[in-house]
Design a protein around this ligand. Structure first.
Ligand code: 4AZ
Length: 233
């Protein structure tokens, strides 16, 4: 996250780091005791046995990564590896997380009105473009763009599909390593509305962060989650 502040330990109890072969590669979000949401591009063609998640961990360099094993990955069947359309995946854990370790984020309502809303992005990604990953999670308040503005943004027509949304603020953005992590509305309760997906560089003017738009995937998500969401608002 560029232009952010350090997350306080325990502040985002749904925020997880995704490990591949024991190394942090992406973010993820806990939505039920045995399910997380991430980006398909983080797990594309990776076997579940190589994946684990850190939950309730703050400094990812202090705890030599021992994660919770991922038992199954559901990639979105329409993921497009060229334009990152449908960049969402569900991770199932081999065993449920201990109750005291996490709190799930909520899923959004059908087709929420999001243009102009204030949201927060968080993760262990770079704090400057091309910089190293962060040891501790960072957060930044960003604003969600109207869908029409986003579709006509610097990226050019057609690059941003209806399954994506744009968000940023001056000098604030997601960055490399934040992929798969959440964009959340904090009001009225923490709700995952986006998944960090792509962008040109980080915090460049006219090039907002682009996110998978979670409300477009609700029917698919409910099945992939086996109807297990247990966010109690
Ligand atoms: C990345 O490479 C990445 N500024 C994620 C988000 C953004 C750019 C790059 C958005 O994971």
């Amino acid at each position: 996250v560029v232009g952010g502040l350090a997350v306080t330990p325990g502040e985002f109890p749904w925020l997880a780091a995704l490990l591949r072969d024991g190394k942090v590669i992406c973010g993820a979000t806990v939505v039920a005791r045995d399910h997380l949401i991430t980006a398909t591009h983080c797990v594309h063609e990776v076997e579940a046995s190589r994946l684990s998640v850190l939950v309730g961990v703050y400094d990812v360099n202090k705890t030599h990564p021992v994660g919770f094993d991922v038992s199954h990955v559901t990639q979105h069947p329409d993921f497009n590896r060229y334009n990152y359309d449908n960049d969402i995946a569900v991770l199932r854990l081999a065993s449920p997380l201990p109750d005291n370790l996490y709190r799930p984020a909520c899923l959004p309502d059908d087709e929420d009105m999001l243009g102009g809303a204030d949201a927060v992005v968080s993760g262990w990604g770079s704090t400057v473009e091309k910089g190293p990953a962060s040891n501790i999670p960072m957060k930044a308040d960003v604003q969600i763009w109207a869908q029409e503005e986003c579709a006509g943004a610097g990226y050019g027509r057609g690059k941003v599909t209806p399954r994506m949304l744009c968000a940023n603020a001056p000098k604030r953005d997601a960055c490399t390593g934040d992929s798969g992590g959440p964009l959340l509305l904090s009001q009225p309760h923490f709700t995952i509305v986006g998944i960090v997906s792509w962008g040109r560089g980080c915090a460049r003017q006219g090039y907002p962060g682009v996110y998978a738009r979670v409300d477009r995937f609700l029917p698919w998500l409910r099945v992939a989650l086996r109807h297990a969401c247990t966010c109690a608002p």
